[in-house]
Ligand binder design. Structure first.
Ligand code: AMP
Ligand code: GLY
Length: 434
């Protein structure tokens, strides 16, 4: 198959890399791509924001399958434009991408379809804020959870013990044009988080194996929220098959049905961000694309072909697709971030030491890297790259990822040293209620 992957990040590098390992060879292309993908795909320098140029590129190349990685072009309608041009696209329409584009929309779909999630109130009038906050957090129950309604690149959510900070973030969201002047106040969900990705063709749902992400910047879940600083799979603290089954039955299938009934079918990747609460799995958020860095470990465990699965979803033929098969080995990804990330990332610095990582058998997945005119590899973003290790136990995988990432030299960079540690040491209470 001739496949074009759209995007620049680690998620897209992981997709390209995994597609290159399918049992049948593909002709792989990426736009705009990153230097890590050069080994597997032809790179096309077309801007992510230029939907007409991306569509023209895919048509000119005679692409059989386009895989759109990031949320912004999906929410802006790139999949619609490409489908109108006759292309086969993995990624939801603009209307279906509202599941990520508006937290309020996602909440309404969940309420209508009776999907387990946190109680919430959407507020658009600043004078109604305080009473709504107290209704969601009766008796000043903490923490408070306040979410900007629209896309905010992982920075729109505040979880805080301070009522004043909650109100301040809510007021800031309401004052910002970027979020359509709506803010979602939500009950706090207590329990370990997991991400379950579900592939859908608009009708059927195929779950991928669960992974856990680490959102906070520093060790011990300290520091500000980030896009994700590491991930691992499988999760030794729950029954993976049962969790996939429960996610499909209670969450993904009802969403897909609800979206179909609304006349805006969801075809693509439904990312279910879940909390394993004492009452069972509940939805924290939906995204409409593969998650980053979870994709790095989920795809590392995929044994069957990725290209056929994504093509089946994109062409409405998941019913005929073979079930996905998985390795039981554990996979751990550790993200290396620039100095100052996530507040003010320092970029443009040289990166060395990647050969040592690869010699040790770990994969290097690029995110914010660029090739300078002198041929050196330089940092160009907050999250720079990830090191992925796979071993027969979670503890071995995490130790190897950790020791290998230490070979990467980038001035001022930082990474977490506790990715998967609690899970590998049996310190997460086993989840039995799904
Ligand atoms: P989101 O962008 O909605 O995934 O939120 C970012 C992070 O905030 C999540 O990964 C959770 O760690 C946390 N969070 C969001 N909503 C809730 C909630 N209702 N209860 C507990 N934690 C939450
Ligand atoms: N790792 C969370 C996300 O991709 O949104």
């Amino acid at each position: 198959m001739k496949i074009l992957v759209v995007g620049t990040g680690a998620r897209e590098h992981a997709l390209v890399r995994r597609l290159s390992q399918d049992s049948v060879p593909h002709d792989l292309h990426a736009a705009p791509g990153n230097p890590g993908m050069e080994a597997h795909a032809a790179i096309h320098d077309v801007s992510l924001g230029d939907s007409a140029a991306l569509t023209a590129l895919a048509c000119d190349l005679g692409i059989d399958l386009v895989v759109i990685g990031p949320e912004a072009p999906l929410v802006a309608g790139l999949a619609d434009e490409m489908r109108e041009a006759g292309l086969t696209v993995f990624g939801p329409s603009k209307a279906a991408a509202e599941l990520e584009g508006s937290k309020d929309f996602a909440k309404r779909v969940m309420k209508d379809a009776d999907i387990p999630t946190a109680r919430s109130i959407t507020v658009s009038d600043p004078t109604a804020l305080e009473s709504a906050l107290d209704e969601i957090n009766p008796g000043a129950k903490v923490p408070y959870v306040v979410k900007a309604d629209g896309l905010a690149a992982g920075k729109g959510v505040v979880v805080t013990l301070s009522r004043e900070e909650a109100l301040e973030h809510a007021r800031a969201c309401l004052a910002s044009d970027a979020h359509d002047s709506r803010v979602v106040l939500e009950e706090f969900l207590d329990g370990p988080e997991l991400s379950v990705f579900c592939v859908s063709d608009g009708e059927r749902v195929v779950p991928l194996v669960p992974a856990q992400d680490f959102k906070r910047a520093y060790k011990g879940d300290e520091g500000p929220n980030t896009g994700g600083m590491g991930a691992y799979s499988p999760l030794p603290w729950l029954d993976e098959t049962a969790a996939m089954h429960a996610t499909v039955e209670k969450i993904a299938e009802p969403v897909v049905r609800a979206m179909r009934e609304r006349g805006t079918p969801f075809a693509g990747l439904l990312f279910c961000g879940l909390a394993a609460t004492r009452e069972g799995l509940k939805v924290i958020e939906f995204n409409v694309r593969f998650g980053d860095p979870e994709t790095l470990v989920v795809l590392d465990r995929l044994e069957s072909d990725l290209g056929t699965l994504l093509h089946a979803a994109a062409s409405g033929s998941l019913a005929e697709a073979e079930p996905a098969r998985w390795h039981t080995d554990s996979s751990v990804a550790v993200v290396l971030a620039s100095e100052g990330y996530p507040l003010a990332a320092q970029t443009g610095r040289e990166i060395t030491g990647l050969d040592r990582v690869k010699e040790e058998g770990c994969a290097v997945i690029h995110a914010g890297t660029t090739r300078a005119s002198d041929g050196t590899l330089r940092s160009s973003g907050g999250r720079v790259l990830s090191v992925v290790a796979s071993e027969d136990t979670l503890d071995k995988a995490r130790v190897r990822a950790q020791s290998s990432i230490a070979h990467v030299l980038l001035e001022g960079s930082h990474y977490r040293t506790d990715i998967a540690e609690c899970a590998a040491h049996g310190e997460i209470e086993r989840v039995t209620q799904l």
